[in-house]
Design a protein around this ligand. Structure first.
Ligand SMILES: Cc1cc2nc3c(=O)[nH]c(=O)nc-3n(C[C@H](O)[C@H](O)[C@H](O)COP(=O)(O)O)c2cc1C
Length: 319
């Protein structure tokens, strides 16, 4: 099989094996749509609280609109009952049949709620949560994990997920206590590969089409998930598609300014609101390679509306 290929799970077929990572504060609907249009095989939502879903919190419901059938909603929480109830709501009210469970978030507030990476310390609880989502009738259950909380513990974590009937495992190849420090450890991916025959997706510090190829070949993972690089270059998915389809391309030829302007327009259209404070982080990421990026940074950190932003873009010297 070639390195770049589609992935089939039960009745689902994902176009390709290079996926957009879930990123709270970033992977909103318009951002996922942009990455999908650039050729991401699958996109993931920001994490959504199961407790919020159960309370029918309007703010939470806004997170679950999907770009298409292969747009996966990620949920987080702490126990069987809440996951079961939330998954039932998503299935019955929104016809959602694929869910991803967050077992990797290291943020203190999430850990305090005994959710995210806290659960890596208790593989039995992970198992029961995967079962809850399956029991609720969700067809494909995906689990996003790290290699352990404060020590590598894949020998316990992966069998617990296998046993519970997980379909997809994405491994961010770091420990939770590392947050984003150090370099993702590809040996963790190799080790996970030896512990599961489920779909395995490698994640962490994969930044170029060549990285995608190397990681898949060296670890035996079925695919990869790209996070921070997609904030800087959402067109990384186009670059990967071109690389594997042997289409000659030059990254320099991508009109980044146009990509950003279109994204802002689509964002405002989608939310029917000209306020773009919530996407300053994405804009700051996307202008990193602009000429005069340093001067622009300070200005973007203050833009409030799309009008402010477009005016600023008009001023950008782009030769
Ligand atoms: C700003 C930000 C927000 C994130 N939010 C989530 C999240 O909601 N759920 C999740 O599973 N991982 C989240 N992550 C982790 C990423 O999905 C990914 O595992 C991590 O960034 C490593 O991949 P990368 O090196 O390609 O960025 C987040 C990462 C960043 C940088």
């Amino acid at each position: 099989m070639s390195v770049f290929h589609s992935i089939e799970v039960h009745s689902y077929r994902f176009d390709n094996n290079v996926w957009l990572a879930p990123m709270a504060g970033f992977t909103n609907f318009p951002f996922r749509k942009m990455c999908y249009d650039f050729g991401a095989g699958v996109t993931f939502s920001e994490m959504v609280s199961v407790e919020g879903l159960i309370r029918d919190n309007k703010k939470t419901l806004k997170y679950i609109e999907r770009v298409n059938e292969n747009d996966i909603i990620q949920i987080f929480g702490g126990n069987y009952n809440s996951f079961y109830k939330a998954a039932k709501i998503l299935l019955e009210n929104f016809n959602i049949k694929i869910l991803d469970i967050n077992f990797g978030c290291p943020v203190r507030k999430v850990i305090k709620g005994e959710a995210g990476s806290f659960l890596l310390k208790y593989p039995d609880r992970m198992s029961s949560i995967v079962k809850a989502v399956k029991d609720a009738g969700i067809e494909i259950v995906s689990a996003k994990i790290r290699a352990g909380f404060d020590k590598e513990d894949l020998d316990n974590i992966i069998p617990a997920l296998n046993k519970a009937g997980v379909d997809i495992i994405t491994l961010h190849a770091r420990l939770a206590v590392q947050f984003y420090s150090g370099v993702a450890n590809r040996f963790f991916i190799q080790k996970a590969r030896n512990l599961t025959d489920k779909i395995l997706i490698a994640n962490g510090d994969i930044k170029t089409p060549e990285d995608v190829e190397n990681v898949i070949l060296s670890t035996g993972a079925d695919g990869v998930m790209l996070g921070r690089i997609a904030i800087e270059k959402p067109f990384i998915f186009l670059m990967v598609n071109n690389y594997f389809k042997d289409v000659s391309y030059k990254e320099e030829n991508i009109d980044v300014k146009n990509v950003i302007v279109n994204f802002v327009k689509n964002y405002c259209d989608y939310y029917k609101n000209e306020n773009i404070i919530g996407i300053r982080g994405i804009l700051l990421g996307m202008i990193k390679k602009f000429p005069y990026a340093r001067e622009l940074r300070d200005k973007i950190a203050r833009v409030k509306t799309s009008y402010d932003f477009f005016t600023l873009m008009e001023e950008v010297c782009y030769d």
